[in-house]
Design a protein around this ligand. Structure first.
Ligand code: ATP
Ligand code: MG
Length: 332
């Protein structure tokens, strides 16, 4: 079976619909066809400042949500990044074959560091894509299911794999991005051309899986839409409506064309009202299951520790091979 790897940061108390539809939804589906490794990337989550207690709790919450949406720890390897030390070890090696200019071209760093100010942005934020490459290459992943915003980082992972292989001998599988176009960029409800983001979106722009559905409904009702009246799918001219239709279609399995037909002659208000119901029905059971996992943190931690052991069984030999190729003494 081909292998997939992907990760999500515990940088908020809840995943948002962009995380779910752009990535995690596909993670669940890929379990049927792939040998899957899914990781709560807490080491990435400390690149922009954090509170230790909050991070710890959010890491659990992220794992609980992954289980709640259908990641099956019997079929997939679900684990926390910092419990597998090879990630940081390989990242050092990869950092030494990454050009400073090459890393400087990463647009996500430019965006995030601009927001923080260059004195406050950390070196960790700068080297984040190198750690991400290590995450992926350690598992010899063939495919990496992510949203559109990760395309450039994936390209770097591929370049680093190829460069290492060419320089030191074939060691890594060169991974391909698995980006499902329809839902690859869910946008901010208040800024329908920007991506919905845990760290950048204002609360009104983001639908969290774990928030009170009444709150989500209110946000959907006040989502920014253009001044026209017609419900058609036009991402350029009507990005707000296109985003609502995309979410509606993905959560119900009804095609965009079918939805456009069903709402012919109706108003934006009707669409928003119905979508609020769709979202409510979707999140309720996820919230219940998430809370169920969080009620027993000891059990959850045990499950994650077992996942980390499974992950290490794959990561360790890859890292060992990389150590050997670059001339290091073997890890003991
Ligand atoms: P942050 O703003 O802190 O970077 P994030 O919302 O981008 O948070 P991540 O944990 O960085 O969340 O990303 C997890 C996964 O969700 C990645 O695969 C990413 O591509 C995907 N993703 C994030 N936002 C969106 C979005 N708006 N639409 C589609 N996919 C998304
Ligand atoms: Mg992100």
């Amino acid at each position: 079976r081909p292998r997939v790897f992907s990760g999500i940061q515990p940088t908020a108390d809840s995943f948002h619909l962009g995380n779910y539809l752009g990535a995690v939804w596909h993670w669940v589906a890929l379990q049927d066809t792939h040998d899957a490794f899914y990781c709560v990337v807490d080491q990435h989550a400390i690149t922009a400042g954090h509170d230790p207690k909050v991070l710890h709790q959010r890491t659990r919450k992220a794992a609980a949500q992954l289980l709640a949406v259908g990641i099956d720890p019997e079929r997939s390897t679900l684990f926390v990044q910092s419990q597998v030390p090879e990630h940081a070890q390989l990242a050092w090696i990869l950092g030494c074959i990454t050009g400073f200019g090459e890393a400087s071209r990463m647009t996500q760093f430019k965006d995030k560091s601009q927001k923080q100010g260059s004195d406050r942005a950390s070196v960790g934020l700068f080297t984040y894509p190198v750690l991400q490459a290590a995450d992926i290459l350690l598992y010899q992943a063939d495919a990496v299911p992510v949203g559109e915003d990760q395309r450039q980082h994936l390209e770097l992972s591929r370049d680093l794999a190829q460069r290492f292989n060419n320089t030191f001998g074939k060691t890594f599988v060169v991974p391909a991005a698995h980006i499902v176009k329809d839902t690859a960029k869910i946008t901010d409800l208040q800024e329908p051309r920007a991506k919905m983001s845990k760290s950048a979106s204002a609360p009104g722009g983001i639908i969290d899986l774990l928030e009170d559905p009444a709150r989500s409904a209110k946000k959907i009702r006040s989502a920014v839409t253009d001044t026209g009246r017609e419900i058609i799918f036009d991402a350029e001219a009507k990005p707000g409506i296109a985003n609502l239709l995309t979410i509606y279609s993905a959560l119900t399995g009804r095609g965009i064309d079918e939805l456009v037909g069903a709402y012919a002659g109706k108003g934006y208000g009707d669409l928003k009202k119905d979508l609020a119901e769709v979202v409510t029905d979707f999140v309720r059971p996820i919230q219940q299951r998430t809370n169920g996992y969080l009620d027993d943190p000891a059990q959850l931690d045990k499950l994650l520790a077992a996942g980390a052991e499974k992950a290490r069984a794959v990561a360790e030999p890859t890292n060992r091979a990389a150590y050997e190729r670059v001339g290091f003494f073997p890890p003991v």
